[in-house]
Design a protein around this ligand. Structure first.
Ligand code: BGC
Length: 285
């Protein structure tokens, strides 16, 4: 069977490229990888065969513990401290990444935080910190990654794409969240950043997608699950009846990073136990 190419619109079937089942030999950067979802994704990438840079902004020990765990999978891992909201620090991080690993194939734009406040009390610092890390951070890292993907191009022995970017969003890219206007705004921004980038760079064989986690058991939201009362309240919002674990998100990330999802472009994968299904309407409305 002949390969279909863009200049051969009548040819049928998938392009004649090798679909790699996992991530052997790929180089990944995960931001905010010393805890929570980022940690889970970084470890899963290592298990899937990728070398991983573990970015963190604070917490050397936890970052080095993640590195140690990843190295136990027989791949390379390095920790790198950088604030993703700083253009200079992000540029330095990518220089180091390329120096150490030669290139990068996968960016998981994960670093994110909350600075919650009633809107009338929200300070400009709370607003700027959340938008700076959650949204500008993804923009700066994506720009550096795309530049490197384009410099290197497709290496068929590694992946059939020139590069993959996964933008960690949230159900709050859809669900408005009073008391968290800065956070919800950042996630709504990530949705359109991700989609606009995906549209722009897909012709260059770069795939950009998003993951929208629901309530996941991480340090960002301990108040939502730590006590039995809070957990019971939380479950009213989760049709599937359990909190998410970082591994639930990690499995989705591995799939989106691999050639298994080669035709998935500009999509947000909701991994939320049904939180976006308006569970209140199962009995009301
Ligand atoms: C937030 C968590 C919250 C979850 C569901 C996430 O994006 O970071 O604090 O529990 O959304 O509301």
């Amino acid at each position: 069977m002949s390969a279909s190419t863009p200049s051969d619109p009548q040819a049928s079937g998938a392009p004649d490229v090798k679909i790699h089942p996992l991530l052997t030999g790929q180089k990944a950067l995960v931001t905010g990888a010393n805890s929570g979802i980022g940690r889970g994704v970084a470890i899963a990438l290592g298990r899937a065969g990728a070398d991983v840079m573990v970015n963190y902004v604070a917490g050397d020990e936890s970052a080095h513990a993640v590195v140690k765990e990843i190295c136990g999978c027989g791949v390379k891992a390095i920790a790198y401290q950088a604030d993703v909201s700083s253009e200079e620090q992000v540029a330095g991080m990518f220089r180091h990444l390329i120096q150490e690993f030669g290139t990068v194939d996968i960016l998981v734009n994960n670093a994110g935080l909350q600075r919650d406040a009633a809107f009338r009390d929200m300070t400009l610092a709370q607003w700027n910190t959340v938008l700076g890390v959650n949204l500008t951070g993804q923009c700066l890292c994506a720009r550096e990654a795309i530049r490197e993907f384009l410099r290197r191009g497709v290496v068929p022995a590694v992946s059939c794409a020139a590069g993959k970017i996964i933008c960690m969003s949230s159900v709050h890219q859809e669900i408005p969240w009073g008391g968290h206007a800065n956070y919800a705004t950042s996630k709504g921004g990530i949705k359109l950043l991700m989609e606009s980038l995906a549209q722009e760079v897909a012709p260059l064989r770069i795939r950009v997608n998003g993951i929208a986690p629901g309530a996941v058991r991480t340090p960002i939201n301990t108040s939502a699950w730590q006590t039995p009362e809070a957990y019971t309240e939380l479950m009213k919002l989760v049709p599937y009846g359990r909190i998410g674990e970082p591994e639930d998100i990690a499995r989705a990330a591995i799939w989106l990073a691999s050639d298994q999802s080669d035709y998935v472009v500009g999509t947000t994968l909701f991994v939320d136990g049904g939180m976006t299904l308006y569970p209140g309407f199962s009995t009301g409305g």
